[in-house]
Structure formats: structure tokens, C-alpha cells
Design a protein around this ligand. Structure first.
Ligand code: SAM
Length: 177
């Protein structure tokens, strides 16, 4: 019921470790099993996790991570210097849908950008001034993901890539000037 760490989780971890500073206040949105957050804990000032899935939230709590079960970061009245998200980015076909929380972990809706769009719409409320975000996306989300970032006035740079046999994954660093 909880997303098993995969290549996208590793890509987020690698990019986050390159970006992380000891005084960072970090939030990982959609932290799932806690694979990334538990490896960053202790290397930054603080780390908060969120997930919309109650199963993920229970697992994150079991691992001793601070967790809020919410949609993106709704209700959290704090801004963070580093925001991380490995979102659902796959356009899941109807016949592959199982109707459980794993669908929620991978199903990004049309062109895989539905949750990415919601995240980008909330980013100004989550990210501190001069903060940075790292978002995982796939070649399946091109060019929409980059247009969505641009349209909201953010700057971006691809800071990590991983080629799979059917797609390419990107770690995208996002910030505002
Ligand atoms: N961060 C983990 C990792 O890298 O292994 C899990 C990544 S998995 C691809 C996406 C995660 O985002 C799932 O745990 C899912 O429950 C969560 N999620 C999906 N939609 C969300 C939303 N609107 N708000 C918060 N979390 C969400």
C-alpha cells in the first residue's frame, strides 16, 4: 500500500544531498516510505514530511519522522528553505488502476502533471524567500512540466537525470529570483 523506493526516489535523494545545507529547514511532500527523509534527518536544521496517504503517514511516524497527513502542504503555516517532492507523474491507464493508495502514489492524471500542477500552485506558500525546491518529473511530462514552472514565474535547472528503458527521469531545481 506504500510506494516502494525506486529509481525516482534515489534520484531525489542524490539531488537533495547535493543541495542540502546544514541550516536548511526541509519539507518533503509525499514522503511515502520515508526513504529520502530518513537519510536527510540529522544533516539539516529540521525536516517535516507530508503525505496524503494514511498508510504512508503511519509508516513515516513509525520511522520517527515528523509527519502531517495532508494534501501537498495544506494547513502548514511555515515556509521551508528546501522543498522536495517526488510526485505521482504517470498518466495511469484505466485498466491498470487498482483503486487503492498505490494508484494515488503513481497516478498523475492527464499527461502526468495534475499533482505537479497543484504542487507548483502551492509552492509560493511553502517555499521561503531564496528557498529552493527539487521536483522529480519524467520525459512523459514534457514539455508541460517546464511550461507550468515557467508560467508561474519560477526559474529552473535540471540537476539530475536518470535514463530508464522507456523514459527519462529529471530532478528539477526550482527557485524564484
Ligand atoms: N517520496 C517517496 C519516494 O520518493 O519514494 C514516495 C514517492 S511516490 C512516487 C508519491 C507519494 O506522494 C506517495 O507516497 C503518495 O501517497 C504521495 N502523494 C500523492 N498525492 C499527494 C498529494 N496531493 N499530497 C501529498 N502527498 C501526495
Amino acid at each position: 500500500m506504500i510506494y516502494e523506493p525506486a529509481e525516482d526516489s534515489e534520484l531525489l535523494l542524490e539531488a537533495a544531498l547535493r543541495e542540502l545545507k546544514p541550516d536548511d529547514e526541509v519539507i518533503e511532500v509525499g514522503a511515502g516510505s520515508g526513504f529520502v527523509a530518513e537519510r536527510l534527518k540529522g544533516k539539516c536544521k529540521c525536516i517535516l514530511t507530508t503525505d496524503i496517504s494514511p498508510f504512508a503517514a503511519m509508516e513515516l511516524r513509525r520511522k520517527g519522522l515528523d509527519v502531517v497527513m495532508t494534501d501537498i502542504a495544506k494547513g502548514i503555516r511555515k515556509k521551508f528553505s528546501l522543498v522536495l517532492f517526488n510526485p505521482p507523474y504517470v498518466e495511469l491507464e484505466d485498466e491498470l488502476r487498482r483503486g487503492d493508495w498505490l494508484d494515488v502514489a503513481i497516478d498523475g492524471g492527464k499527461k502526468g502533471v495534475k499533482v505537479i500542477k497543484k504542487f507548483l500552485d502551492s509552492l509560493d506558500e511553502i517555499m521561503a524567500e531564496r528557498g529552493r525546491a527539487i521536483l522529480i518529473a519524467s520525459s512523459q511530462n514534457e514539455p508541460d512540466v517546464f511550461d507550468l514552472i515557467d508560467e508561474r514565474g519560477f526559474r529552473y535547472e535540471i540537476v539530475g537525470e536518470r535514463g530508464l528503458f522507456f523514459e527519462k527521469l529529471f530532478a528539477i531545481k526550482i527557485w524564484k529570483e
